[in-house]
Design a protein around this ligand. Sequence first.
Ligand SMILES: Cc1cc2nc3c(=O)[nH]c(=O)nc-3n(C[C@H](O)[C@H](O)[C@H](O)COP(=O)(O)OP(=O)(O)OC[C@H]3O[C@@H](n4cnc5c(N)ncnc54)[C@H](O)[C@@H]3O)c2cc1C
Length: 401
Amino acid sequence: MAATETTEQREFREYCSAWLDEHKPPPTKIPLPQAAYEVTSEDHRTYLVDWQAKCYEAGLIATDVAKEYGGHGHDRFQQIASTEVRRAKVPYFINWIGLGMAAPTLLAHGTEEQRKSFLPPIFSGEDIWCQGFSEPGAGSDLVSLQTSAVKDGDNWVVNGSKVWTSLGHFAKWMLLLARTDKNDKYNGITYFIAPMGDQGVTVQPIHKMTGESGFNEVFLEEVVVPDHYRIDEVGKGWQVAMSTLTNERGAGTGVGAIASSESPFAAIEQLIALAKREKRNGRTLWEDPVWRDKLIKLYERTEAATQNFRRLGVKALNGGAMRIPLQGKLTGSELGQELHQTALSMLGMKSSLYIGDPNAEEDGRWALGYMNTYTGTISGGSSEIQRNILGERVLGLPKTK
Ligand SMILES: Cc1cc2nc3c(=O)[nH]c(=O)nc-3n(C[C@H](O)[C@H](O)[C@H](O)COP(=O)(O)OP(=O)(O)OC[C@H]3O[C@@H](n4cnc5c(N)ncnc54)[C@H](O)[C@@H]3O)c2cc1C
């Protein structure tokens, strides 16, 4: 129990923990991908949507959201639910873009009608969402996006293409950024909710070096988006996008528990277990002082990240709302990469054996995990961009030119 917890919060924590223990679903026949953004099979989708719906009904998702928007109406209980979900090492929530980005954006900028109709199916996982921000010529430099939306009566007609669209193959709705004025870089962008199943939307999978294809290219050709699917005012898309990205980059309101069994915090335990099995010169790596020193340093960094995260709950220690979560995305993703890289060094030649090879250590999870850790250091803003943001917005350093 945290030192600052009230009796009500402690009871809620105990409830979450007991519920998760009792309802943890049995594993799938074919193992789930390491992360929600890599889910492509229909069986996995059904299993994960069902799991998310149960957690929502149990009050672990949308815990602090008002009841009129489909939430459970508590105050500051979400962090407790999220912590318990992480601790229980249960399957992740497939609708992570809906929970982590669409819901907070709608809560902050949506109309009453949009919140009431779109939020409940986001929480239950019934409607999966994707994010249509990046384009072939607009990633870090997002403001260069070219997909256009032209007004036609009560509708907008959208043309263009998006890239790296995670879960685009399952999504019912897209958070879409489109250019509504070519002559105004920042104020010429508007934010829409685009229907993915409509005519004119083509989704093509992109195959990663891991062999997975959780993200896509999305082509939008004369796609009609009603004006009441616009979020906030025409030309305010950039400001709304910044609010979505703040959530994606870690400093969000956390309307849903986002669980991942592949966090660095889980990986360190598995890495130490690996060191206790792997042998060199007649002894385990855990017994070798050089390896042990390396592992202890990684353990300390993991523990430091955990303790740093706990400061979020203590106002006097959190140094401003954005600082710890933004820092967490940067350090957590880089630490995860180092943990996996260390595992590959421990495995030596065996690290080249991949999933499907009967001789691969732990079914090739370390090699796959290592490649997948690049997701964390690229998506939602690369580490370089995250450093710029921390420098400018948290440390108050002068802006880069
Ligand atoms: C697994 C995965 C899932 C993704 N899912 C989605 C999604 O669902 N929806 C979506 O819209 N996008 C998604 N993305 C795209 C992601 O947001 C972009 O890849 C990211 O913003 C970087 O853009 P880019 O790929 O165009 O790289 P670029 O912007 O071309 O960057 C290339 C390199 O240059 C560096 N760089 C660029 N500008 C600067 C600068 N100013 N200072 C210092 N260094 C700089 C970058 O750090 C990077 O190393 C996903 C990406 C990945 C990897």
